[in-house]
Ligand binder design. Structure first.
Ligand SMILES: CC(=O)[C@@H](O)[C@H](O)COP(=O)(O)O
Length: 256
């Protein structure tokens, strides 16, 4: 897939938080053949002294770093964090999170659009963490975004695709925009389902990091993403409300 004129090989993108150890994070990323890893500037800055070692580990992985503004609840906070991330990581890519109040960590779509416009005007390539709302998607594209990252479910919930209908509608409305399902995936089957709907990639963090064996789970997600993408390309059969005999009683067994 191509995002902001960059060719990306893997359709599984991983987060870098909450792994049991840096070594396990590295092994999970490598084992899954993952090309894009998102990192949080705020979290790492909070750990005095740990920051440098963490950056070095990520750099050594040879992946494309997608800094994020996780934990930002205002436009100002998100924009400032993005500007710091650009300096630290020497990239204009930013996964933009502007979170609303409350325990769902739902995107604040008004703040998100405003921050996306400010950052796009400042030369950033913005990857907005958004809902699947079509109107918001239009506004984000107007603001300069060339990729959208709709949520599957609330961050860290592991619930999978809470609203497949909305995601399907988003895919149908924007066939040429790279769409990456971000957040809320709990199982490889959730990732496969997103790919079967025609999404270009998925981003998962908690499901992999909190698995009993994160390396194995990362590989399972990678396999699921491949299977889902292959199924989408193969053209799934239409879903029916009623039975249709799969073995014709008369005539030949082949499709007409
Ligand atoms: C790490 C990161 O960017 C998360 O905010 C992201 O949205 C992934 O969510 P899950 O942890 O639910 O996979």
């Amino acid at each position: 897939m191509q995002v902001y004129d960059v060719e990306i090989g893997s359709r599984l993108w991983l987060g870098s938080a909450r792994y049991p150890s840096p070594a396990i994070l590295a092994e999970a990323v490598r084992g899954a053949g993952c090309d894009v890893v998102t990192v949080s500037l705020r979290r790492e800055n909070a750990q005095a002294g740990a920051g440098q070692a963490f950056w070095a580990l990520i750099r050594d992985l040879g992946v494309r770093v997608l800094p994020n503004t996780a934990g930002c609840h205002s436009v100002k906070e998100a924009v400032t964090t993005a500007q710091m991330a650009r300096e630290v990581f020497d990239t204009g890519w930013i996964k933009l999170e502007v979170l609303g109040a409350g325990e769902l960590l739902q995107p604040d779509v008004f703040g998100l659009v405003e921050a996306a416009r400010l950052l796009s005007d400042d030369g950033f390539q913005v990857f907005p963490y958004t809902t699947a709302d079509l109107g918001v998607a239009e506004r984000l594209l107007d603001a300069g975004c060339r990729v959208l990252m709709p949520w599957g479910a609330p961050i860290g919930s592991g619930r999978g695709l809470a609203d497949p209908f909305a995601l399907r509608a988003l895919r149908a409305r924007f066939p040429d925009i790279p769409l990456v399902v971000d957040a809320g995936l709990g199982l490889p089957s959730h990732a496969a389902m997103a790919m079967e709907l025609g999404f270009d990639a998925v981003l998962a963090n908690t499901a992999v990091a909190l698995a009993a064996d994160p390396v194995r789970m990362a590989r399972a997600f990678a396999d699921a993403v491949c299977a889902g993408a292959a199924a989408h390309a193969a053209g799934p059969m239409p879903v029916r409300d009623f039975a249709e005999a799969s073995t014709p009683v008369i005539g030949q067994a082949w499709r007409a």
